[in-house]
Design a protein around this ligand. Structure first.
Ligand code: HSE
Length: 329
């Protein structure tokens, strides 16, 4: 599979390292991968005969960018021979760019797309899916919700045939880590500083703290799992900035923990709630969890690590395997 990858941050580099290090991807699954172009914020690099992933990672670390070409990523996607675009540029919830153009260009050219970028999906998932279907290609995005934990596939595949009537989730590791630390006695500012020090907080802190990241994941889930045609801007959204140590203590005295919860039922919303200690959603630290309630099988919860470069790269690998399976059937 000839891969164009837009974005070479933590996820992009982890994926390059993962594909490089796993011989069994070919022996077990019959997939031979080749990166023919990569972009980062500094520019692009491309080679029809394939780029060496280890050298790209080293170049990025040493020089800060892989760039050595004047071509833009959009013109590369428009003109280069490729099977899959892996879209891993940062999420933008205003116009989805540059990921939106990258994805649309690839789909229109008949190139499969795997996106870990939430922006375009949170703004236009139904039309992007329609565009993929129209052009006979696959659009996959397992890594956008839950990092390496297959939350989307759990709902879509493991629960297939069921009618999911509602779901709730803890979908942002950073805010859950901060709230957990506050439960241990820290103030909001101390807990935020600690989370920043560990590299958990997004460069644009508002994405985590004001619920944008959760709202994006909730939008993707509600579209994909519940067929709701929503965009991120229709989600009722609140964050954790106003949670005080007093709120945490009051909640603890009642046998609860304060959590930033994503809800999809009659309304689609993100906000702080008291979650009982014995609720499976009452997870700690950077974990994510999603509880799906369906018509016949009750409520089931999937829990796991919700972020991280290598975890999210493992989701991209699953998507690659899915695409390979369906295109070679
Ligand atoms: N900032 C996100 C989180 C990770 O803390 O969960 C990317 O989705």
């Amino acid at each position: 599979m000839r891969i164009i990858q837009s974005g070479f941050g933590a996820v992009g580099q982890s994926l390059a390292g993962l594909l490089e290090s796993r011989d069994d991807i070919y022996t077990k699954y019959g997939i031979m991968t080749k990166f023919v172009a990569i972009s980062d914020s500094g520019g692009t690099i491309h080679d029809e005969s394939g780029l060496d992933p280890a050298r790209m990672i080293q170049k990025k670390r040493q020089e800060g960018t892989i760039s050595d070409s004047k071509k833009s990523i959009s013109s590369i996607i428009q003109n280069m021979d490729a099977d899959v675009l892996i879209e891993a540029t940062p999420s933008n919830y205003i116009d989805g760019e540059p990921g939106m153009t990258n994805i649309i260009t690839a789909l229109k050219r008949g190139i499969h797309v795997i996106s870990v970028n939430k922006g375009p999906l949170a703004l236009a998932l139904p039309s992007l899916v329609e565009m993929a279907v129209y052009n006979g290609v696959y659009l996959r995005f397992s890594g956008t919700v839950g990092g390496g934990t297959p939350i989307l596939n759990y709902a879509k595949k493991s629960l297939r045939g069921e009618r999911i009537t509602s779901f709730r989730g803890i979908l942002n590791g950073t805010t859950n880590y901060i709230l957990t630390s506050m439960g241990g006695g820290m103030s909001f500012e101390e807990a935020l500083g600690d989370a920043r020090g560990r590299g958990y907080v997004e460069a644009d802190e508002s994405l985590d703290l004001d619920g944008w990241d959760v709202a994006a994941k909730l939008t993707i889930l509600s579209n994909w799992v519940m067929n709701q045609k929503t965009t991120i801007h229709q989600v009722e959204r609140d964050g954790i900035r106003d949670v005080t140590q007093q709120d945490i203590q009051r909640s603890t005295e009642r046998g609860n923990a304060i959590k930033l919860v994503a809800n999809c039922n009659d309304v689609i919303s993100v906000g702080v709630e008291d979650v009982p200690f014995d609720d499976p959603l009452c997870i700690h630290g950077t974990l994510n969890a999603a509880s799906f309630t369906s018509e016949h099988s009750g409520t089931q919860t999937i829990i796991g690590r919700g972020a991280g470069g290598i975890e999210t790269a493992s989701s991209v690998l699953r998507d690659l395997l899915d695409i390979r399976q369906v295109v070679t059937k």
